[in-house]
Design a protein around this ligand. Structure first.
Ligand code: HEC
Ligand code: HEC
Length: 476
């Protein structure tokens, strides 16, 4: 223990020096050298923790102010009217050609606009959103859509990305897999381009009956919207061309969806308030967890907060974390591997064998809102996910699906080939005492949660009635 503290002090001293050189917004009041200097008095421990943590945050250039950068980076204020139109579309199955799903069926406000399930259920569902949702599974867990405005790459294998490394800067192009490729690069922000994809996904929303390719599906979605008088009014209220009689076009649909997502920024967590100068924003236990996260436990190496990570706790790169492979008993997708019970992750995008089983480092903000963890929801308790992640090699043999819904409890896919490729940074177990593990969990669960994103604060976004007149999905 004592040795560790000493080490952290030394790191702070070194990092503070570095930060002063590199980072101009670190004011003199943030210089922590005196507080971090060795003291005989053991009662000074709380100060030590603050000094250590402030040192780490300064070294990362962490501001706690990323939310406030949104409009400057968009280059304009968020358009509330457009965003509200996007909200209505989010919940309206009109753009799901199978007539039973929409963004909100998987990205639910009851869970930070993420999944209510360990693995997404798309078309042919029972129209319920929540623990009681039933139907064939897709392949992965739906990530939370909140804060995605700041993600330079999207999806579990980063297959949608802004080549500049900045989602607000399309000058080097926006890259998607075929057939879109770089054709969406003219769109102003990565999320606007992203909104072109979900309605065309057959397992998610389009279903298997409507013939044709992505362009045909989009044309049909837009035909349906144009045929709805209330949508013509709503789009006309925002786009003068539509008011003048022009048909609504898909770009306008995508802009509305993305505008709604721009209103879903929830990055005012205790860690942010702490970084902005509120020492009491984190509890003593959360601070201890944070010092481990940014220090000895090495988490921030991948769950990055500086530079292009936009303080989202991810490097937005792919790593093999050695997660058990969950294979649903009933799926409408074909899984990878000889027994069709695997997910090759990044290899699906690059075609490179070396990229097999690699998934994007999960951004960790608002994690407490998720009902399950990792790309395939292999864990339903945060404690279990973290415990496993600290020592995948040592934990894999003891993994069980017992806590998952019945249709996910079948035999798991092979784990040995996954562990063979485990990221070098995760090969050595991170040893934490039970107290330290509790502190880490407290930091992850509460220190990173923006309370404004809790279900009771977001549920009111679900419309009672939809402009299309369709019956809304039923949110549990
Ligand atoms: C069937 C459930 C489902 C529906 C419907 C759905 N999504 Fe998703 N969404 C997912 C899943 C699963 C992923 C991750 C897929 C992957 O990485 O392979 C995802 C990823 C995303 C992401 C990227 C998140 C990140 O962390 O990178 C965004 C943004 C998004 N969806 C927006 C939307 C929008 C907008 C709609 C409606 C137009 C929509 N989704 C409809 C399941 C769904
Ligand atoms: C080598 C890079 C790397 C390091 C180091 C690392 N992680 Fe991760 N982490 C990942 C990846 C990749 C995932 C997603 C894995 C997947 O779903 O297949 C992940 C997922 C997670 C998740 C689940 C999030 C979710 O949305 O389900 C948590 C929690 C987490 N990490 C916490 C930590 C903590 C705490 C540490 C430090 C002890 C840590 N990680 C160290 C790469 C890393």
């Amino acid at each position: 223990m004592q040795g560790t503290r000493m080490l952290e002090r030394l790191v702070v001293l070194a990092m503070t020096g570095a930060a002063l050189g590199a980072c101009t917004d670190v004011g003199p009041e943030r210089v922590v050298v005196p507080a971090a200097a060795p003291r005989a008095d053991r009662a000074a421990a709380p100060d030590d923790v603050d000094a250590v943590l402030r040192g780490y945050l300064a070294a990362q250039g962490y501001t706690g102010r990323v939310a406030q950068t949104l409009e400057a980076r968009l280059g304009r204020p968020v358009d509330r009217r457009l965003a509200d139109l996007g909200r209505l579309l989010w919940f309206d199955p009109i753009h799901g050609l199978n007539d039973d799903n929409t963004c909100g069926g998987c990205h639910s406000p009851t869970n930070g606009f993420g999944d209510t399930q360990p693995i997404a259920i798309g078309v042919d569902n029972n129209r319920v959103v929540g623990p009681g949702r039933m139907g064939p599974r897709n392949q992965r867990r739906t990530p939370m859509a909140i804060n995605t405005a700041f993600y330079p790459t999207l999806m579990w294998n980063s297959r949608f990305r802004s080549l500049s490394g900045d989602p607000f800067d399309n000058r080097q192009g926006l890259e998607f897999p075929a057939p879109e490729g770089r054709t969406l690069s003219y769109l102003p922000q990565l999320l606007v381009a992203q909104a072109f994809i979900p309605p065309t996904e057959r397992v998610e929303a389009a279903g298997f009956h409507f013939p044709g390719g992505n362009a045909d599906i989009r044309a049909e979605v837009i035909r349906r919207i144009n045929a709805t008088p209330r949508y013509r009014e709503l789009f006309g209220g925002v786009f003068p061309e539509v008011r003048g009689g022009a048909p609504i076009v898909y770009d306008e649909f995508a802009r509305a969806i993305a505008e709604f997502e721009f209103t879903l920024v929830f990055a005012n967590a205790p860690i942010d308030r702490y970084a902005r100068g509120e020492p009491g924003a984190l509890t003593a236990q959360q601070k201890r967890g944070a010092t481990l996260f940014f220090g000895r436990a090495g988490c921030v190496t991948c769950h990055a907060v500086s530079g292009p990570s936009n303080e989202m706790f991810s490097d937005f790169r792919q790593h093999v974390a050695g997660i058990p492979q969950i294979a649903p008993t009933r799926s409408n997708m074909t899984f990878d591997g000889p027994a069709a019970n695997e997910d090759f992750g990044l290899e699906q995008v690059t075609g490179k064998r070396d990229n097999r089983y690699a998934f994007r480092t999960s951004p960790l903000r608002n994690l407490a809102l998720q009902p399950a963890f990792m790309h395939d929801g292999a864990f339903v308790r945060l404690e279990d996910a973290v415990r496993y992640h600290l020592d995948a090699l040592g934990s894999a043999a003891g993994y069980t699906t017992a806590a998952l819904p019945p249709d996910l409890r079948g035999p798991t896919g092979p784990i040995a080939p996954v562990l063979t490729r485990l990221d070098p940074l995760l090969r050595r177990p991170v040893a934490l005492t039970p107290d330290e593990l509790d502190a880490m969990i407290a930091f992850l669960r509460d220190g990173l949660l923006d309370p404004a994103a809790r279900p009771e604060r977001l549920r009111h976004l679900i419309p009672d009635r939809l402009p299309s007149g369709r019956t809304p999905l039923s949110f549990q």
